[in-house]
Write a protein that binds this ligand. Structure first.
Ligand SMILES: CC(C)(COP(=O)(O)OP(=O)(O)OC[C@H]1O[C@@H](n2cnc3c(N)ncnc32)[C@H](O)[C@@H]1OP(=O)(O)O)[C@@H](O)C(=O)NCCC(=O)NCCS
Length: 184
């Protein structure tokens, strides 16, 4: 569990299923389309997957005391088997009723700090679609460098005529040395 000024970042529990359903019945970004939940019963199944992954954090503001979103982190296997995994890839998602309050930044900063200090992170990178201005802005606020733009990189949804809609995807990254410099 991680505590910040306004938030508790904690593992999911079975009691969070209704809150999960509320933000996954209509995911707020194309890249989460596959996570869309059809029913509250599906949320009860989906929550079990989150409960079994220690890098899935429910974002719980202390004053509302419910899961208003999540930040989850993938650990990337090191190419060198003789070295620890030190590259992490976070994704964030809020119930959009709760966006615009600084919760995503507060949660992501705390998780970055945890990864760099406690999990041996050397590099954290993130993707954001070109039209996802909020997520791109969040990456920039966190001090991440834009490393590139991949044109027509991936498709999550179809256009109205049935053809795949390809996203231009921005990649951002941050090294532990950069984070330490920013926070020294
Ligand atoms: C991406 C996403 C997590 C960003 O959430 P967000 O709430 O916009 O992000 P932030 O935490 O940065 O907060 C935004 C604003 O809240 C404002 N805010 C309001 N009250 C605040 C407070 N008390 N403290 C701090 N900030 C506050 C901030 O000023 C900030 O705006 P600014 O950065 O222009 O100053 C959210 O839009 C989302 O879930 N989108 C759908 C899923 C998604 O796209 N995921 C990413 C896929 S790549």
């Amino acid at each position: 569990m991680i505590e910040t000024e306004r938030l508790i970042l904690r593992p999911f529990t079975a009691d969070d299923a209704a809150d999960l359903y509320e933000y996954l019945k209509e995911p707020g970004a194309h890249c989460f389309t596959e996570m869309k939940l059809a029913s509250p019963q599906d949320a009860e199944e989906e929550i079990k997957r989150r409960m079994n992954d220690e890098l899935y954090f429910a974002i719980v503001p202390k004053d509302v005391n419910r899961a208003v979103g999540e930040i989850f982190v993938h650990s990337e296997p090191n190419e060198r088997k003789d070295m620890p995994d030190d590259t992490f890839f976070p994704c964030w998602m809020l119930n959009l009723k709760y966006s615009g309050r600084g919760y995503a930044y507060e949660a992501a900063s705390a998780v970055f700090d945890y990864l760099f200090r406690n999990r041996g992170a050397r590099r954290i990178y993130a993707y954001a679609d070109e039209d996802n201005l909020r997520s791109r802005h969040l990456c920039e606020k966190l001090g991440m460098r834009q490393e590139g733009i991949f044109l027509e990189y991936v498709s999550f949804v179809s256009n109205p005529d049935g053809t795949p809609h390809y996203e231009n995807t921005y990649q951002f990254a941050l090294l532990r040395s950069e984070w330490e410099k920013m926070h020294s």
